[in-house]
Design a protein around this ligand. Structure first.
Ligand code: IFM
Length: 778
């Protein structure tokens, strides 16, 4: 195992109160699946879960949700009649280590039963980074002071339901049966299809109830010294059971290989065979070879993705933790899926994708894993028909992307909070997500030069969504166009008119669409003609986009350049804000998420966010004025908020809180500073953390088609280093206080022009360029 602590996340000792949080943090995965780091033997209060990308179902849940798939980790050890777990035996020693370098989770626990028998269990498991259908576990079980009559159960457990356990809220929700709490909370999605013994192993097949997705798991467990297993089974559970005697100090080694396929991968009738074929292949190779292949795959991922900071080891570890979670959240192999707001690590937000993907996470993938970025954007094309339906359902033309998007792209935002107490309006009103999709695809094409993506997919998205905007905009008597009844990024304020964020983005969106149309007319006339014919798009419609864009009503700025967040915002009540020990703002006494609409307080970055996503629309003094005005009013009740404030603080020349905001974002889950990590990783904050490092401290932006840098380092850091993919090449960047070093590496030989502190620099391929930052006016 890795020994450098900057690659490790460690849990020392078992604390029931933190068990669910660690399950989330210790999720292992590979983009195809995510498996929470629950203790394999289970315990009261545990929330295990494996989630398979794209496996959604509705059935008796409030809305379509990501299904809790069968648990492949399940492994129980019975010693002299006691099934060892944290409640049946005392825990003498417990330590778990997530090795982020190769995505594996180590565990070492010593149990002592009521007769003083001590048994040590050590495990390592991972979801293979080399083969997305493979999961591996090795356990070493050692009776330390006794001869163990030992039974090991190893199998596939499909008995779990979504939200088996109530989520923990600060104030427990009322148990009013009218609220159908139990129905809302605990949902069944799987029917059993088959459970069988296979050669040397077991196989479980289930099917989702509404969506009809077949899910197959094949598992083979072997033990050493060898023992022949029996097979035990009951509804939705099948396991191999090994009975043996183990002398004191001897170790029983258990290897478990599991293969997983669904009918999303192969035809339903072939799922079982696909599992068995893979299992056979991996069994031939054996656990050590599977592990080595996994390590090799992770070496490649990190070579492109790592960010290091010299001078702050804690930040390096936290940065890697966030990048690790981004790396297990998605991969390039499925263009029909996106990343849920809690990735594949938990049930919060039901696996639904938000604007989080394009605005917070996509930059990481664009610049480090562009094939994955492409797959994520292809999902938006795959769900374009769903977006068309959303527009149609609202009475509009074109396509409107869902605020919460699952498998089809049809709006899946629940209309009520889970306790039934509050109406959720985001599905109807948080329409800025549609421009986030445009934002993501424009950035992707600019960075990769993937014009085929634009002609084959991106243009259709841009054109259909522009149609939605012009229909959704309302013509006013003065000839301007307004957008009423929306929610901007700040979700404390619903039903607002002319949200600055939304309206600026819509204007930008329409102009981009028209620009792309004009560009394709020159570079790809046949493709444009084909697309126009297919969607019935006329040139005069495109001209209208530009005319309307020019007339969109943009909220006025005050004398200092502060942009009013929406119509009437400046007239709202100012409430005092207090901060906690960590200097983070608190709700004023008596206030909470649902009663702050009459105040100027913000849930999260809104106008400041606008100045970040559209950097060229606002001069520096306007950015500064808005940062100074809105930052003290922002409560950061969304984990998406701190990252943007860190970046914009640096950009406007007030980096005093940049490191604090970085820590808030980077440690949101490691320290559970939003209090809900047990329900899943804040994956948008993970993307935001990467952006702080690269766009904040590294000062990276794309401007006029070029990579530009305006770095700034905190005094106690020595350097920051990262890599960016650009048009197929890689730019390695290392920034120090006084200098910055750039190296552009192939495969292409084309030089690039980059801009550092406003100075253009020509970068040859494979030749390091060192810039004296003092001379560039930094
Ligand atoms: O998309 C976010 C939103 O901005 C704030 N509430 C949570 C959502 C999912 O992360």
């Amino acid at each position: 195992m890795e020994t450098d602590h900057r690659w490790l996340v460690v849990e020392d000792g078992f604390a029931p109160a933190r068990a669910n949080m660690y399950e989330t943090i210790f999720t292992t995965g590979n983009g195809y699946l995510g498996t929470r780091g629950a203790l394999a033997e289970g315990h009261a209060g545990a929330l295990p879960g494996t989630f398979l990308r794209g496996v959604f179902d509705h059935h008796d849940s409030a809305v379509t949700e990501l299904v809790k798939a069968p648990d492949w980790l399940a492994l129980a050890v019975v010693v002299d009649g006691t099934r060892l777990n944290v409640t049946s035996a005392s825990v003498v020693q417990h330590r778990r280590i997530l090795d982020m370098r190769d995505g594996s989770l180590f565990r070492e626990t010593v149990f002592e039963d009521s007769d003083g028998r001590r048994t040590r269990i050590e495990t390592v498991h991972f979801a293979s980074g080399a083969d997305e259908h493979l999961c591996c576990l090795r356990a070493r079980i050692t009776p330390e002071n006794h001869t163990a009559s030992m039974t090991v159960h190893s199998g596939i457990d499909g008995t779990h339901y979504n939200l088996d356990r109530r989520p923990v809220y600060a104030t427990p929700p009322p148990d009013d049966p009218q609220m159908k709490w139990h129905k809302w909370a605990r949902s069944k999605h799987l029917d059993e299809v088959a459970r069988v013994e296979i050669a040397g192993g077991v196989y479980l097949e289930t099917r989702t109830i509404d969506s009809g997705i077949t899910i197959g798991y094949a598992a083979r467990t072997t033990v050493s010294p060898p023992v022949s297993p029996t097979v035990e089974q009951r509804h939705r559970l099948v396991e191999q059971v090994f009975h043996t005697q183990v002398p004191p100090g001897d170790t029983l080694t258990v290897d478990k290989l599991v293969t997983i396929y669904t009918s999303r991968d192969v035809a339903a009738a072939s799922v079982r065979q696909a599992c068995l074929d893979d299992l056979h292949r991996h069994t031939e190779a054996g656990f050590p070879a599977c592990r080595e292949r996994n390590r090799e795959a992770w070496r490649e991922k990190w070579a492109d993705s790592d960010v290091t900071v010299e001078g702050d080891a804690d930040i390096v570890r936290a940065a890697r933790f966030n990048i690790y979670h981004l790396l297990i959240a998605a991969n390039a192999s499925d263009p029909r899926v996106n990343i849920g707001a809690n990735s594949l690590t938990g049930e919060r937000y039901r696996g639904h994708a938000f604007w989080d993907t394009e605005v917070f996470m996509l930059p990481f993938y664009i610049y480090t894993q562009p094939a994955t970025a492409r797959a994520l954007l292809l999902y938006r094309h795959h769900t374009l028909d769903g977006a068309r339906r959303n527009a149609r359902d609202g009475g509009f033309r074109g396509a409107r992307y869902a605020w919460e998007s699952a498998d089809t792209g049809v709006e899946t935002t629940p209309q009520w909070t889970v306790d039934g107490a509050h109406r959720i309006w985001m599905g109807e009103e948080e329409i800025h997500v549609t421009s986030a999709v445009a934002y993501g695809l424009i950035a992707y094409v600019a960075a990769t030069g993937d014009e085929a993506f634009m002609t084959d997919y991106g243009a259709e998205i841009l054109f259909e969504t522009s149609r939605f905007w012009v229909d959704r905009l309302e013509a006013m008597p003065d000839g301007r166009y307004a957008l009423s009844r929306v929610v901007g990024p700040d979700e404390f304020h619903e039903h607002v008119d002319n949200s600055a964020y939304t309206n600026y983005l819509v204007r930008w969106h329409l102009r981009q669409a028209a620009h792309v149309y004009a560009g394709l007319a020159v570079t790809h006339p046949p493709e444009l003609a084909g697309l126009s014919e297919r969607i019935g798009l006329r040139p005069d419609e495109v001209e209208a986009w530009l005319t309307i864009a020019d007339r969109i009503r943009l909220p006025a700025g005050n004398d200092d350049g502060v942009i009013e967040q929406f119509d009437g915002y400046f007239g709202l009540e100012n409430l005092p804000v207090t901060v906690d020990d960590n200097d983070m703002p608190q709700y004023p006494a008596g206030y909470h998420h649902y009663n702050l609409a009459g105040s100027t307080l913000l849930k999260q970055a809104d106008v400041v966010m606008l100045t970040y996503v559209l950097p060229d629309e606002f001069p520096d003094p306007v950015k500064l004025a808005n940062y100074n005005f809105y930052e003290p009013l922002t409560l950061h009740k969304s984990s998406l908020s701190p990252a943007i404030h860190s970046i914009m603080g640096i950009e406007v020349g007030d980096p005093s809180r940049a490191v604090q905001y970085l820590r808030r974002a980077a440690f949101v889950d490691l320290l559970d500073n939003q209090g809900n990590t047990e329900e899943g990783i804040h994956i948008a904050s993970a993307g935001g953390t990467w952006q702080i490092l690269v766009a904040g401290f590294g000062g990276f932006r794309v401007r006029n088609g070029r990579m530009t840098f305006k770095p700034w380092l905190p005094p106690d850091w020595n350097a920051i280093a990262f890599r960016l993919k650009w048009h197929g090449n890689t730019l390695s960047v290392r920034v120090r206080h006084t200098s910055a070093t750039f190296l552009l590496s192939g495969p292409t030989t084309a030089h690039e022009e980059i801009v550092v502190n406003d100075e253009p620099i020509t970068m040859p391929v494979d030749k390091e360029v060192v810039i004296d930052l003092a001379k560039t006016g930094s």
